[in-house]
Design a protein around this ligand. Structure first.
Ligand code: AMP
Ligand code: MG
Length: 443
């Protein structure tokens, strides 16, 4: 069984399935605890923004028409501070000005604010040396938003700017989507957990921890399962446990080795496989599929979904085949089998598992975008696969450069210690010259 897709087709396929994924529920959270959660309600303006014509500079509120002949000398009739009560302001008559502070209400009869830099004051006279247009340095009532306008929509990730908006409309609590639970199952006979001293040939399980961190960063709650040995029965038991979560991520056991048992084990749960490989490096053996809801116990041998094992053929337009079973979003659990090499696991999470997880958080779907940076030193590579190679972006301000880190392949976890991004190399390139702009995926 194999269905190997191009990177773009694989990504689009995940995005299409993600479009039908639904979050688990909603909960009311304190504004200060809402950072990183996904908003589950619209946030509306409770008043006009600004609620009064707001001065945006320190200076003098004036009638612009009084400044046609320069220098103009006006009579200062008072001062308006930020927060001044509405009835503490006054009405300007022609020839008059009021001293005003940033954030204060512009008085009736004024239509502009002259910056203090263009004025000189003597007692109750101010001399102004610059003309001004009607409306300058005053934001009119409701110019930013009208009472009742939608300031934030459900699906937005609550970052500091969204939290500021909620605060500005007086929302101390917000309705947010509950975090999806993501089961993490590392597989491999050679693995030991991090508090167990490994023998010479054993490897500490790092993928469970990198995935847990990536899940948290993407807004999910990781559920760490014990390490699964390369042995079908225990692997099945742990997969069944993992299917209790909203999403199941497995690492390792998806290559062509004799003890790569993950796909056959999933097939016993009547799994439907959407792809079993992607033309990328690292991460070529990545697997994506779903299991019908309630298939918590492995099917008996006779019930194994032989059809699914053959893998649904993929339509180039990127649409799931018409003959896919018409399952409602709640009727199955999605899973990803991520290749076990540490860098492969990290990269394939970012590229494929993350959009599905984000959909389960309730987040409005986002396209994957690559930034660009100038290449510092030449890259030579074999064409054929799209590559995501660990790299270092350095420099300062507008001057940034990126270069590959030396690595020994996708098992080289030490190389990730100095890297801070990946250079994306198209499959048709064998050489990229220094100075070229290259796409990068930030870590
Ligand atoms: P696999 O994908 O199972 O063929 O594993 C590929 C490589 O990744 C092997 O060298 C494994 O020892 C290593 N590996 C697999 N799982 C993990 C893990 N959880 N933590 C660290 N290394 C792993
Ligand atoms: Mg393995």
């Amino acid at each position: 069984m194999s269905s190997v897709l191009s990177f773009e087709d694989a990504r689009h396929l995940v995005e299409q399935h993600a479009a039908s994924a639904r979050p688990r529920g909603k909960e009311l959270v304190a504004l200060l605890d809402s950072q990183g959660l996904i908003l589950a309600e619209p946030v509306l303006a409770d008043r006009n923004f600004p609620p009064f014509p707001r001065a945006t500079r320190d200076g003098y509120a004036v009638h612009a028409a009084d400044l046609e002949m320069l220098p103009a000398t006006l009579q200062v009739i008072g001062e308006i501070r930020a927060g001044a009560a509405a009835d503490a302001t006054f009405k300007l008559q022609p020839g008059q000005a009021a001293s005003i502070m940033t954030g204060a209400p512009a008085p009736a009869g004024s239509d502009a604010v002259v910056m203090v830099e263009y004025t000189s004051r003597q007692d109750n006279q101010v001399t102004i040396t610059k003309t001004i247009a009607v409306g300058d340095n005053i934001v009119p009532i409701a110019a930013e938003a009208q009472r009742g306008d939608r300031l934030l929509s459900p699906g937005v990730r609550l970052d500091h700017a969204a939290i500021a908006l909620a605060a500005s409309v007086g929302r101390s609590r917000l309705l947010a989507y509950s975090k999806p639970r993501v089961a993490v199952l590392a597989t491999g006979d050679e693995l030991v957990d991090i508090d167990v001293p490994p023998t010479t040939t054993q490897i500490r399980n790092s993928n469970t921890y990198s995935l847990a961190a990536q899940i948290q960063a993407a807004g999910g709650e990781p559920l760490l399962l014990p390490i699964a040995p390369d042995e079908p029965e225990r692997l099945r038991e742990l997969i069944a446990e993992g299917l209790e979560a909203d999403l199941l991520l497995l690492s390792g056991g998806v290559s062509m080795g004799k003890y790569d048992l993950v796909e056959p084990a999933l097939a016993e749960f009547k799994a439907e496989f959407f792809f079993t490989g992607v033309q990328i490096q690292p991460g070529r053996p990545a697997v994506f599929g779903r299991i019908p809801y309630g298939a918590g116990a492995p099917a008996r041998e006779s019930e194994v979904n032989q059809e699914a094992l053959k893998v649904r053929s993929f339509s180039p337009a990127g649409k799931p085949q018409k003959d896919s079973p018409a399952l409602s979003p709640e009727s199955h659990k999605y899973f990803f089998g991520l290749p076990g090499n540490p860098v492969s696991t990290m990269v394939t999470f970012e590229l494929f598992a993350k959009p599905m997880l984000q959909a389960l958080t309730g987040m409005t779907p986002k396209k994957l975008i690559f930034l660009h940076a100038r290449l510092k030193s030449e890259i030579k590579t074999k064409p054929g696969l799209k590559r995501f190679l660990p790299a270092t972006l350095s420099g300062e301000f507008e001057q940034t450069e990126v270069e590959l880190v030396r690595w020994q392949g996708s098992g080289d976890i030490a190389a990730t210690g100095t890297a801070n991004c990946y250079i994306v190399i198209p499959p048709d390139r064998d050489r990229i010259a220094p100075g070229e702009w290259v796409p990068i995926l930030m870590r």
